[in-house]
Design a protein. Structure first.
Length: 154
C-alpha cells in the first residue's frame, strides 16, 4: 500500500496547489490526502491507520479554526513516531514552533507565500530518513516580527 502525504489547510485553493505540486514532484509514489481542518486531518489519519497505511509527512497551515497546525502535529506524532511535519503559515509563535519541533516531528516552517523550489527542498529533506532536525529554511534569514518561521528564498 502507498504511503500518504497529508496536507491540511483551511483554504481549499492552498490544498489544491500543494497536491498539484506533490504530484509533479513524486507522481504516483505516494497518495495525497487533504483536510480543511485539524479535526478532519485526525479523522483521515485514523482511517489511513485502519487501512495499514503510514503517513511519513504532514504539510499543514498553522492558524486554522479549532486545532492549530502545531497541535495537530503533536497529536498525530503520539501514535506515529516516524511522522514528520512542515508548517506553511503567514504567522507562527516561537513557542508553537518549539513545541511542534520537540513533540510533533516538525522539521521546517516556511511563510506564505512560499517559494515552490524551497518547499520542494524541504519536502525532499523531510522524506529523507537521514535528515536532521528542524529546518527554518535556507537563504532566507530570520523573518522579522512573526515568530520562528523563516521566509522561503525566492
Amino acid at each position: 500500500m502507498k504511503e500518504a502525504i497529508l496536507c491540511v489547510d483551511d483554504e481549499a485553493v492552498v490544498l489544491l496547489s500543494l497536491k498539484m505540486e506533490l504530484r509533479l514532484l513524486f507522481g504516483q509514489r505516494y497518495s495525497y490526502e487533504s483536510a480543511l481542518s485539524g479535526s478532519e486531518a485526525e479523522e483521515i489519519a485514523a482511517e489511513l491507520e485502519r487501512e495499514g497505511r503510514s503517513i511519513p509527512l504532514v504539510i499543514t497551515d498553522w492558524l486554522m479554526p479549532g486545532l492549530r497546525g502545531d497541535e495537530l502535529l503533536i497529536h498525530l506524532k503520539r501514535s506515529r513516531p516516524g511522522l514528520r511535519g512542515i508548517i506553511i503559515t503567514g504567522n507562527m509563535s516561537d513557542e508553537s514552533f518549539e513545541a511542534a519541533r520537540a513533540q510533533g516531528g516538525l522539521i521546517a516552517c516556511v511563510r506564505k507565500p512560499w517559494s515552490q523550489a524551497e518547499l520542494n527542498r524541504l519536502i525532499l529533506a523531510a522524506l529523507d530518513t537521514g535528515g536532521g532536525g528542524a529546518d527554518k529554511g535556507s537563504g532566507g534569514g530570520e523573518a522579522g516580527g512573526g515568530g520562528a518561521c523563516l521566509e522561503a528564498s525566492s
